[in-house]
Design a protein. Sequence first.
Length: 264
Amino acid sequence: MDLRADCSRCVGLCCVALPFGASADFAIDKAAGEPCPNLEADFRCRIHDRLRDEGFRGCGVFDCFGAGQKVSQETFGGRSWREDRGLARQMFAVFPVMRQLHELLWYLGEALSLTQATPVREDLERLRGEVEDATHDGPGPLATRDVAALRARAQPLLARVSDLGRAEAPGPRADRSGADLVGARLRGADLRGANLRGALLVAADLGGADLRVADLLGADLRDADLSGADLTGALFLTQSQVDAARGDRATLLPARLTRPAHWH
């Protein structure tokens, strides 16, 4: 299953279905179900190449994990929310659920890609198959799917993989899961194998920090300075997290991730 967004095969769902408020990430307020004023008739964004400059940084870091084209092309067979209000309501209800399912599939796939996952591989594969089956449901079952229950089953499996993967890192392997580290001064810190799940690292100074094999699942890296940091082998680090941070040419990333264009 392709978990990469393909906006050319979507009907602008993230630009319509989801709400956003005026902030550092969005220049305007927009209600759920209301088309963004930058959305063109062909579902393209008229400011896509300058989102950050126009104050829509949040759009530039959003990742649907391929849910947009899945809902557009498979669940609704290529139809558009512009056809009628009833269809629009259905699509807007299904899209956030599909996005959560695809995100969960990405994390399960990430876990399965690690050799350390062997002790729980069968359980991971079984759950991934169940989640993938759910993505093929019709609009009704999808809209009411209990994603929280699936996440609850995935959490201990992903945590186990994290423990196994981080066990190979030397040192004390700090546990800062869920910690409030907003603006923290962590320049040059040895965070090898650290548990930083869900940590608030907004605007934190991580320049030159060693984050090899650290667990960054759900960590908030908005405006975090990763200049010169080493994130080789970082666990559960997504492209959107990297896109939300700041870095430079000396920042080392896992091979599966791309260096953001706005990094210098």
